[in-house]
Design a protein around this ligand. Sequence first.
Ligand code: A3P
Length: 288
Amino acid sequence: MEDTDRFLLKLKGYYFDRLSVDIGFIENLDDFEIREDDVFIVTYPKSGTIWLQQLLSLIYFEEHREGTGKLETVTRVPFFEYNFQKIDFGKRPSPRLFSTHLSYYLVPRGLKNKRAKIIYVYRNPKDVMCSNFHFEKNVKLQFTSTFEAFMKLFLEGRVLGSLWFDHIKGWYEHRSLFNIQFMTYEEMKQDLRGSVLKICKFLGKELSEEDMDTVVRQATFENMKYDPLANYDKIITTAYGTNVKGHFLRKGTIGDWKSHMTVEQNESFDKIFQREMKDFPLKFIWDV
Ligand code: A3P
């Protein structure tokens, strides 16, 4: 048995984090009541989820912008399938903000009726894989083998979130069922202000120039890394113990895969990518 298998739980054909998932909640997901003004961030793990959680909470909550509402981002924008803080979602005031890694076919029926808004953020999968490798190894301390071994698991989909190719293709090919905006990690990295404007336009929110400046400033990597309310350091130690060696906000760059993958690994990744994604129209940014 591989290291990771002990920490994954396959339910409805999808790999969940065994330690954090509420099986009863997942079994009844289809009927979860969606409100018109709910907003969901959807990502494959390690694609910038926490970044979007920070952005949405800054856009929606003035107290967070001013730093007076001393709540962690993950409390303002909780994970849907990993309800770490045991929030009663039904009693939560509107607008409710959620983040999820779920595949398109697992989400509540109400979302498929375009009842709520979804922002789907994707990132080039080589960087996703490398970020994930560090996360499993240094943060969750759930993987002790080599990068080569992790790459094999990633390409077989035996990781949290299952197969990357299925996740993005599933959401994209079924996009007409949803009220969904696709964005990339890389465009956020290259033009954060432009990305915030795009998000605001989709959500029907208007920010003053001053508020926009504040949102952009507080959502930079540098700010989030050192803002204890904007990173998951506390959640991580609660969920995985206190001897973590890494951070959720690790490097935050485009093209970090080049310092991890050998020429051979890169070539074999490319071959699989081309086969899996050959008719896929969205473009990826691999490097800057
Ligand atoms: P790295 O491990 O490559 O640094 P997720 O929240 O989906 O798990 O994604 C985590 C990844 O997003 C990490 O990538 C993290 O550093 C990066 N990230 C988070 N906030 C960021 C920000 N403000 N700017 C750039 N990257 C960010």
